[in-house]
Design a binder for this molecule. Structure first.
Ligand code: NAD
Length: 248
């Protein structure tokens, strides 16, 4: 039976690479996007050209009604969910604690924390009801910043990813007996549009030089880990994290 996966923020970056990889592995893929419908449809078209099935699903993951509508559309369009990748996230570069506003903090927590919670909730409802106790698997995309803190740059983002880690650990224990596995991946510097604007000039090169491997990572290198954690090869792995951060 075809496995159905939902990837949030899948129109570009790590989410896009994950959607394409999972489709190549035989999953039917829900491609969530916030605004860029054209890019999301391109991901769907690429999957269809490979002979796969996919559906572009617009939703702001921080909005409860939109998340619920997205999962209903996925049920109707592709079938019962077996895999969720909580990937959509935001980061505002620059900002000491003195520069942070309640608006920015709430925006970051709304997407990176509330959004992950809402999608986990809807996924667990469905996975718990799957026939034959098949359960399902969830991967939460955290960040190396969850443990390093990102001082002077984006402590709000780092704190949101700390919450993602704690959500992952707690939910893994809560749903383990229902056959649902929940794991996390912690990327370091990955070359995506997340770093394309906002930071101080030369920041990416400076970070790169500080890394043990002296290079940033590609989205595909994170997607491979996500796909493994979702797969049956990881059937005895839950509540775990894999760093993809060049040794950082
Ligand atoms: P990206 O900016 O290219 O992709 C993020 C995607 O999330 C975008 O398509 C964006 O539209 C979407 N998104 C943002 N808010 C949303 C919302 N409310 N609802 C639905 N979609 C929303 O960045 P990326 O690097 O591919 O990031 C993917 C994940 O990896 C994020 O969770 C990010 O925090 C994490 N991460 C990235 C890096 C890195 O260096 N790139 C490092 C550590 C962690």
């Amino acid at each position: 039976m075809t496995k159905v996966a939902l990837i949030t923020g899948a129109s570009r970056g790590i989410g896009r690479a994950t959607a394409l990889l999972l489709a190549r592995q035989g999953y039917a893929v829900g491609v969530n996007y916030l605004r860029d419908a054209v890019a999301a449809r391109q991901v769907v078209a690429e999957i269809e050209s490979l002979g796969g099935r996919a559906l572009a699903l617009q939703a702001d993951i921080a909005d409860e009604a939109q998340v619920m509508a997205m999962f209903s559309a996925l049920d109707a369009g592709l079938g019962t969910l077996g895999a969720l990748v909580n990937n959509a996230g935001i980061l505002f570069q620059q900002g000491s604690i003195e520069q942070l506003t309640a608006e920015r903090i709430n925006k970051v927590l709304g997407t990176n924390v509330t959004g992950y919670f809402l999608c986990c909730r809807e996924a667990v409802k469905r996975m718990a009801q799957r026939h034959g106790g098949q359960g399902g698997a969830i991967v939460n995309v955290s960040s190396a910043a969850s443990r390093l803190g990102a001082p002077g740059e984006y402590v709000d983002y780092a704190a949101s990813k700390g919450a993602v880690d704690t959500l992952t650990t707690g939910l893994a224990l809560e749903v383990a007996a229902q056959g649902i596995r929940v794991n996390g991946v912690r990327p370091g510097l990955i070359y995506t549009e997340m770093h394309a604007s906002g930071g101080e000039p030369g920041r990416v090169d400076r970070v790169k030089e500080s890394l043990p491997m002296r290079r940033g990572g590609q989205p595909q290198e994170v997607a491979e880990i996500i796909a493994w954690l979702l797969s049956d090869a990881a059937s005895y792995v839950t509540g775990s994290f894999i760093d993809a951060a060049g040794g950082r």
